[in-house]
Design a protein around this ligand. Structure first.
Ligand code: F6R
Length: 608
C-alpha cells in the first residue's frame, strides 16, 4: 500500500522518481504525485489513476526541472482517490511538501486545532495535517521541527518532506511503516522498499522507528528523537535487478510461479547439513523448547493458510498443541499466552499492520516470537526474537505464490527440527521426511512442466459464476489457498470447505454444472473425500480432482484429474497448491483480468 521514493543528486529528479514509483506500483495504489525542488521553488504534480497519467502530464518527468524531489503512490484511506487527495500535500504557504505512508490516528483533533488557528485545509486526507504542522512548528531547523511534529502525531508513518528554504537537502522519518535509505555516489535516496532504487544502488540503511534521516547529494545523516546523530549499519542488497523485472513473462505472477523450484531450493538447502535440519537463526535453547506448552501461529491471508498447514504438521510431528489465527482477530480476544508459548508469525512483506500488531500483543504477554519473513530488515523481522527468512527474492505480483511455497517449506523445517529436539520422531521417519523436503523443488518442476493440462481445464471453466474447493485436513488447508488465489485475481466467487462440512449447508449451492475442485492427495482420508465428491456429483457438480500418482482410480469419479507426484503425506500441500495457482492464473488470464494488480488489493497491507 502506498509507496514513497525520494531523490537528491545531480540528475533530473522527476524521471528518477517516476521510474522508482513504477517499481512500487505492485504495492497497490490509485493515484500518484511528485514534488520537485527547482529554480522556482517546489513544483507539485499529481494525478488520480495509474502512474501513466502522471507520466503523461509531466512528459515522463522531463517537464519538471530540479535535482531533488519526493514521490508517492497513494492507496486511498482518508478521502476518495482524487487529484487533490493525492500526495504530496503542501503547507498553506507552500514552504513544505510532504509524502506520507501510514495513518495519522489523531488527525481530526490536530486538524481542528489548526483550523481554530486559521489554517485552511484543501483535502480530506489525514496527511495534510502533517504539512501544516511543519509550517506551524518551523523554527528554521528541520530536524527540530520534525521532532516536534512526530511528538504530536499518533499512528504509523513514513514521511518524506521537502522544505522550500533548503534547496540541497530533504528530511524523512518512519514509524511502523517501512522506509529504507539508499546510498549512492553523489546521490542518495529514500524508498518504501529496495525495488524502487535497485537500479541505482544496492547499498542501504534500514531505518528503525522514529529515526530521522537528512539527505543531501553527498551526505546522509541519521538522528534519534533527541537530535543526537546515530551510526547506522550499511547493508548490501543481494537481489538481482532482474529479480524485480518481468524477464519476458506476460505477468510477474507466472514468473513467480515458475521461480518456485529455485525459491524452494534457496530456502531449504542452506538449512540442511549432514542429514540434519540446522536453524542457525533460531536461538531458543533445547531446554526452553521442551518447556513449550503451546504454539500460536498468526498471519493474514495466504500466510494464514500456511499457518493452517503448520498446525496440522507441527501437531502431527511434535505433539504440541498449535492454535492458528488470523492476525486481525488474534489481538482482540484476550489470547491466552505466556512465557511457555511460542508465537510463530508469518509474513512475506514483514510489514502487514495486523500481523505486526498481533506480534506486539503476543510479545507483551511474554511470548517468544519466531517469524518467517521474506523481506530482510522489515518491521516484523526487526520486532522478532528470531527470524527465519524465506529466500524467495522479491515478490511483485499481489497474489503470493513463491512466498507462500517457501513459507510452507520453512514450516516443515521447523516442525522437523522441533520434533527431533523433543524426541517425538523416529530416526527413519525423520530421514524420510528430510529427504522428501529436499526433493520438493524437483517435484514442483515436474508439475510445472505439465501446466498446459491445467490451462486446458481453465479454458473450459473461466466463465463460471461460482467455484468450490473441498478437501480434508491438509487438503482443506490447500483448498483455502486455492480458493483465495482464484477469487482474488479472477473475481469469480469461490469458497473453500472442509469436504465433510459441505453437507451441513453449503451443498444447497451445488447445482447442474457447478465446478467443484476436490483435493484428495492424502491416502488416509482419500476414500472419505471421494464419498464427498460423489455427493456433489449426484447434485450435478463437475469435479476437478487433484490427487497424486499413487491414486489410480480418481478418473472413475472425477470429470478431470490433475496428478502431482507422491511424497510424504505432510508435504503434499507443497505439491497440491501448484495446479491451483496455475488454475487461478489461467482463469484470470482468459478473463483478461489485471493479474498482477487485482482491483482493490495492495501487496503490503500497512493499515489495520
Ligand atoms: C494473497 C496474498 C495475501 C497475503 C496477506 C499477508 O495472495 O498475498 O493474502 O498473504 O496480505 O501478507 P504478508 O505475507 O506480506 O504479511
Amino acid at each position: 500500500m502506498c509507496g514513497i521514493v525520494g531523490y537528491v543528486g545531480e540528475k533530473q529528479a522527476a524521471p528518477i522518481l517516476l521510474e522508482g514509483l513504477s517499481k512500487l506500483e505492485y504495492r497497490g495504489y490509485d493515484s500518484a504525485g511528485i514534488a520537485v525542488f527547482g529554480t522556482d521553488g517546489i513544483t507539485v504534480s499529481k494525478a488520480r489513476g495509474r502512474l501513466s497519467v502522471l507520466s503523461e502530464k509531466t512528459e515522463d518527468g522531463k517537464a519538471v526541472p530540479g535535482v531533488m524531489g519526493i514521490g508517492h503512490t497513494r492507496w486511498a484511506t482518508h478521502g476518495k482517490p482524487s487529484d487533490v487527495n493525492s500526495h504530496p500535500h503542501i503547507s498553506s504557504s507552500g514552504r513544505f511538501a510532504v509524502v506520507h505512508n501510514g495513518i495519522i490516528e489523531n488527525y481530526i483533533s490536530l486538524k481542528k486545532k489548526l483550523q481554530a488557528k486559521g489554517v485552511e485545509f484543501v483535502s480530506e486526507t489525514d496527511t495534510e495535517v502533517i504539512a501544516h504542522l511543519f509550517e506551524y512548528y518551523y523554527n528554521g531547523d528541520m530536524i527540530e521541527t520534525m521532532i516536534k511534529v512526530i511528538h504530536r502525531i499518533e499512528g504509523s508513518y513514513a514521511l518524506g518532506v521537502l522544505c522550500a528554504d533548503n534547496p540541497e537537502e530533504f528530511i524523512a522519518v518512519r514509524k511502523s511503516s517501512p522506509m529504507i535509505v539508499g546510498l549512492g555516489e553523489g546521490e542518495n535516496f529514500i524508498a518504501s522498499d529496495v525495488t524502487a532504487i535497485l537500479k541505482h544502488t544496492r547499498t542501504i540503511h534500514y531505518l528503525e522507528d522514529d529515526e530521522i534521516v537528512v539527505l543531501s547529494k553527498d551526505c546522509v545523516k541519521v538522528y534519534n528523537i533527541d537530535k543526537e546523530e546515530i551510526k547506522k549499519d550499511v547493508f548490501t542488497v543481494n537481489w538481482d535487478v532482474s529479480a524485480a523485472e518481468k524477464g519476458g513473462y506476460e505477468h510477474f505472477m507466472m514468473k513467480e510461479i515458475e521461480e518456485q523450484p529455485k525459491a524452494l531450493r534457496d530456502t531449504i538447502s542452506p538449512r540442511i547439513k549432514d542429514g540434519k535440519v540446522v536453524l542457525d537463526q533460531f536461538s531458543m535453547s533445547d531446554d526452553d523448547l521442551k518447556k513449550l506448552k503451546k504454539i500460536h501461529i498468526v498471519a493474514c491471508g495466504s500466510a494464514y493458510h500456511v499457518g493452517v498447514v503448520g498446525k496440522y504438521v507441527i501437531e502431527k510431528l511434535c505433539r504440541i498443541p498449535v492454535e492458528v489465527e488470523v492476525a486481525s482477530e488474534f489481538r482482540y480476544h484476550d489470547p491466552i499466552i505466556d512465557a511457555d508459548t511460542l508465537t510463530i508469525v508469518i509474513s512475506q512483506s514483514g510489514e502487514t499492520a495486523d500481523t505486526l500488531a498481533a506480534l506486539k500483543e503476543a510479545k507483551q504477554r511474554g511470548s517468544r516470537i519466531l517469524s518467517i519473513v521474506n523481506v530482510v530488515g522489515s518491521a516484523i523481522a526487526n520486532a522478532s526474537d528470531d527470524v527465519i527468512y524465506t529466500w524467495a527474492g522479491p515478490e511483485i505480483a499481489v497474489a503470493t505464490t513463491k512466498a507462500y511455497s517457501t513459507q510452507m517449506a520453512v514450516i516443515y523445517l521447523i516442525a522437523l527440527y522441533f520434533a527431533d529436539k523433543l524426541d517425538r520422531i523416529e530416526k527413519t521417519e525423520y530421514n524420510k521426511i528430510l529427504s522428501e523436503i529436499e526433493s520438493l523443488p524437483d517435484k514442483v518442476s515436474e508439475i510445472l512442466s505439465q501446466k498446459e493440462d491445467v490451462q486446458y481445464f481453465a479454458s473450459q471453466f473461466y466463465n463460471s459464476k461460482s467455484i468450490f474447493f473441498i478437501g480434508r485436513n491438509l487438503d482443506y488447508a490447500v483448498a483455502l489457498e486455492g480458493s483465495l488465489k482464484l477469487k482474488e485475481i479472477s473475481y469469480i466467487h469461490s469458497e473453500a470447505y472442509a469436504a465433510g462440512e459441505l453437507k451441513h449447508g453449503t451443498i444447497s449451492l451445488i447445482e447442474e454444472g457447478t465446478l467443484v475442485v476436490s483435493l484428495a492427495t492424502g491416502t488416509e482420508l482419500y476414500e472419505k473425500t471421494i464419498s464427498n465428491v460423489k455427493e456433489v456429483k449426484a447434485r450435478g457438480a463437475v469435479v476437478l480432482g487433484i490427487t497424486t500418482t499413487e491414486h489410480e482410480h480418481t478418473e472413475d469419479v472425477c470429470d478431470h484429474v490433475v496428478k502431482v507426484p507422491a511424497t510424504h503425506p505432510v508435504l503434499l500441500p507443497s505439491l497440491a497448491v501448484i495446479p491451483l495457482q496455475l488454475f487461478g492464473y489461467y482463469v484470470a488470464s482468459l478473463k483478461g483480468c489485471d493479474i498482477d494488480k487485482p482491483r482493490n488489493l495492495a501487496k503490503s497491507v500497512t493499515v489495520e
